[in-house]
Design a protein around this ligand. Structure first.
Ligand code: ZN
Length: 243
């Protein structure tokens, strides 16, 4: 059980911003593609590592290979895996006014699909596509129903790309500013399924002015000494106690 003070901290927070990490995605059943076994299988099959396949370099030079990997691994996951209980509890917390904004680098829109609103997707969404030439937007349906492996913009005859940040690319400046402003406003900063030294948390914590940084994570990690409070449990079990 959580101490009463911690529950009250969340319930009485003026403004709560959530940093939602890979742990949230893993609890929903998505395999971590960089795990040894999974990444070994991908490398065996495609001849490149996950990092290489998920990069702007491969998109630009081996677009066909990029889309094979993208369709077989990422689109397959997004079609088969649903947001887990942790996302459902997060949506309930938001509906009862306990959570204001959610910031993530994950691209599957799991929070939105569970009913969350006010989500900042720093790395974009796997549901959004665009023509890099004219900027015309396309939906995931367009990509799924494209007869060719590489979907092409009919106006420009160039490959449509997912509107996500690939490795080697920068987060959109305006989006980064918006996220930083949210964190600056936060009374409570709630870190879910991310280590304190992860990219998401390290890029956001410099903007946090408060002293109620709470981490919920199943695994202990040395970087947690930077947090004000830590709950070691599954994220779903941790969040459930606030409801
Ligand atoms: Zn175009």
């Amino acid at each position: 059980m959580l101490e009463k003070g911690l529950i009250e901290t969340i319930r009485e927070s003026e403004y709560t911003v959530v940093l939602s990490g890979q742990g949230m995605v893993c609890e929903s059943g998505y395999p971590a593609l960089r795990d040894d076994e999974e990444s070994y299988e991908i490398e065996e099959k495609y001849g490149y590592s996950v990092e290489e396949l998920y990069s702007s370099a491969i998109f630009n030079t081996r677009t066909d290979l990029f889309y094979h990997f993208f369709r077989e691994v990422l689109l397959e996951q997004v079609m088969t895996i649903e947001p887990g209980p942790a996302f459902q509890y997060l949506a309930e917390m938001q509906q009862s006014g306990m959570v204001d904004t959610i910031i993530t680098r994950r691209i599957f829109e799991l929070s939105e699909r569970a009913g969350c609103t006010n989500v900042i997707n720093l790395h974009g969404s796997i549901f959004d596509y665009k023509c890099p030439h004219c900027g015309r937007k396309y939906s995931m349906d367009d990509i799924m129903h494209s007869k060719k492996n590489i979907p092409v913009c009919p106006d420009c005859n160039v490959a449509i790309r997912p509107d996500i940040v690939l490795l080697g690319e920068m987060v959109d400046n305006a989006l980064m500013t918006k996220a930083a402003e949210e964190v600056e406003k936060a009374d409570v900063l709630l870190v879910l399924g991310a280590r304190m030294n992860s990219t998401l948390v390290s890029m956001m914590t410099p903007y946090y002015k408060g002293n109620k940084l709470i981490v919920i994570t199943p695994d202990e990690h040395f970087s947690e000494y930077d947090a004000n409070m830590v709950i070691h449990s599954s994220i779903a079990d941790g969040l459930k106690q606030f409801l």
